[in-house]
Ligand binder design. Structure first.
Ligand code: NAD
Length: 496
């Protein structure tokens, strides 16, 4: 047994629930009368956290604290800000195992994925510690020889961040790190299901020396906190990640308030498999990107579009792979797929499958809830494969669960058209050895991120991350974050 497995075994014992209050200039005491429980989705008998339910009045308090703190944080040199983020990265890396176990307990993903997420989150902090050093402006001549104009980027001021539960640590980290690096004060509203991971991030940043007033965190309901955060004139920008309907609602409100918006939303991402593809690589990518994180990734490959001549072979191999996956609690390293994050999430996926099958979708593997034995108290379901038609309702619906829909295409043109036929446009991929097909796909797939001979998932801190169509509004994140978190200023200078 490895040291890590021993840690997990120790963590398997029922733990005292973590108490999480709002952080506004300091940690607030949890008000039990207004608190809410977070339950372990692998075993709902375990209460993992007791969490404050912040109301709109706390939003006003947090925005006031942030508004007062923003000018001096914005004036702090980018190098000093970066030094704090770099320290936070090392603290997070040193606490990675504790943070990973918290994530798995809180939202269910398997421990191997939580470990990767903890380490990647430290990497995001390291990247944004350095990123502002590369901010470059442009210079321009003016009318006289002793005049010049140049551009610089200034912080927005106070930004509101609204995050989902599927990457409970790394999404709060990549937004917060970017916002702070470029000199903004932050009010973060994490998802109701995952305040613990977000609280651990706040702890790492505070321990690294971040002034507490610069980062507030408000656990609570989206529909209560969100509107107050978006509508306030103090909020200069909102960066949201979550579902498309909520993102669009936030954008409508933000437009009214004149707030800068960045929304990363849903996806119905496809992997196209051509007859000349390396099938071993394609199958492994599909299984990883379709069933990883129980299919609850915005970039999940929930559609597979296969050239007809190899459709039966690909389907057979996917059935074999799906049947070999072990479903169970994420803290047990033997499991490949954990629970869905909540009872509602599981119900939504099963309801969507019901609706899909009555509209003509065929289930070729799985499709049912799992509740026998040790799975009795969790939100588990079988990894599921469906055979579908492009004109069916389900073809355009994001399942956000362990469901992969297989479609047959006549040829490259047909596959490309199917890939582009949905309202979403987050990520796509093609497996082929034909360079012409690969390059046409890169140019004509209407998604913000395109992969060739790689899964649709994955994010690198230095590469812009974002989608097209119904998947994104506003500039990309990560490598493109400076566009959102700073505003352009043109300076016109005469020195004589
Ligand atoms: P969600 O839209 O239900 O919630 C996201 C966040 O918005 C939560 O913090 C929630 O509390 C808050 N919220 C809810 N109603 C609100 C309102 N009226 N005003 C303001 N905030 C509100 O999404 P979810 O279920 O947490 O996450 C799943 C979705 O997120 C999927 O569609 C997935 O594809 C998407 N997602 C996208 C990306 C990306 O980068 N494109 C990444 C991860 C997840």
């Amino acid at each position: 047994m490895t040291t890590q497995d021993q840690t997990i075994e120790a963590a398997g014992a029922p733990a005292t629930p973590r108490r999480i209050g709002a952080h506004v200039g300091g940690w607030q005491v949890v008000d039990d009368a207004a608190a809410r429980d977070v339950l372990n989705p692998a075993d709902t008998r375990e209460r993992v956290a007791v969490v404050t339910r912040s109301g709109p009045e706390v939003v006003d308090q947090a925005l006031e604290v942030a508004r007062d703190a923003a000018p001096s944080w914005g004036r702090t040199s980018a190098l000093q800000r970066g030094a704090i983020l770099a320290r936070a990265a090392e603290i997070m890396a040193s606490r990675a195992e504790e943070v990973a176990i918290a994530m798995t307990r809180e939202m269910g993903k398997i421990i191997a994925e939580s470990r990767v997420e903890a380490q990647r989150s430290a990497e995001f902090l390291r990247f944004f510690a350095q990123a502002p050093k590369l901010q470059a402006g442009a210079t321009f001549p003016l009318g006289a020889p002793d005049e010049q104009a140049f551009t610089l980027r200034a912080p927005l001021g106070v930004v509101g961040l609204i995050t989902p539960w599927n990457f409970p640590l790394s999404i709060p980290v990549w937004k917060t790190a970017a916002a702070l690096a470029f000199g903004n004060a932050v009010v973060l509203k994490p998802a109701e299901l995952s305040p613990w991971s977000a609280a651990l991030m706040v702890e790492c940043l505070l321990e690294a020396g971040l002034p507490p007033e610069v980062l507030s965190m408000l656990p609570g309901s989206g529909s209560e906190i969100g509107p107050a955060l978006v509508d306030s004139p103090v909020t200069a920008g909102i960066s949201f990640t979550g579902s498309t309907p909520v993102g669009r609602e936030i954008v409508r409100r933000g437009a009214h308030a004149g707030t800068r918006m960045q929304c990363e939303m849903g996806g119905r991402n496809a992997i196209v498999v051509m007859a000349d593809a390396d099938l071993d690589a394609a199958i492994s990518a599909i299984v990883n990107a379709g069933f990883g994180t129980t299919g609850q990734r915005c970039t999940s490959s929930s559609r597979v579009i296969v050239e007809r001549s190899i459709a039966d072979e690909v389907t057979e191999r996917l059935v074999q792979a799906a049947s070999a996956l072990s479903v169970g609690p994420g803290l047990d390293p033997a499991n490949d797929i954990g629970p869905l994050a909540s009872a509602k999430q599981l119900d939504d996926v099963l309801d969507a499958l019901d609706r899909a099958t009555s509209a003509g979708t065929e289930i070729v593997w799985g499709g049912s809830r799992l509740s026998e034995g040790r799975l009795a108290h969790g939100h588990f379901m079988e990894p599921t494969l469906t055979r579908d038609r492009v004109d069916n309702w389900f073809a355009g619906h994001e399942p956000f669960g362990p469901v992969i829909s297989i479609f047959e295409a006549d040829d490259f043109e047909d596959a490309l058209a199917m890939n582009n036929s949905v309202e979403y446009g987050l990520a796509s991929s093609i497996f082929t050895r034909d360079l012409a097909h690969a390059m046409r796909f890169v140019h004509e797939s209407d998604t913000g991120m395109v992969h060739v001979n790689r899964p649709t998932v994955g994010a690198e801190p230095h590469i812009p991350f974002g989608g097209a169509k119904a998947s994104s509004i506003g500039p990309p994140e990560m490598g493109g974050a400076h566009e959102f978190y700073t505003k352009s200023r043109s300076a016109h200078v005469r020195w004589a």
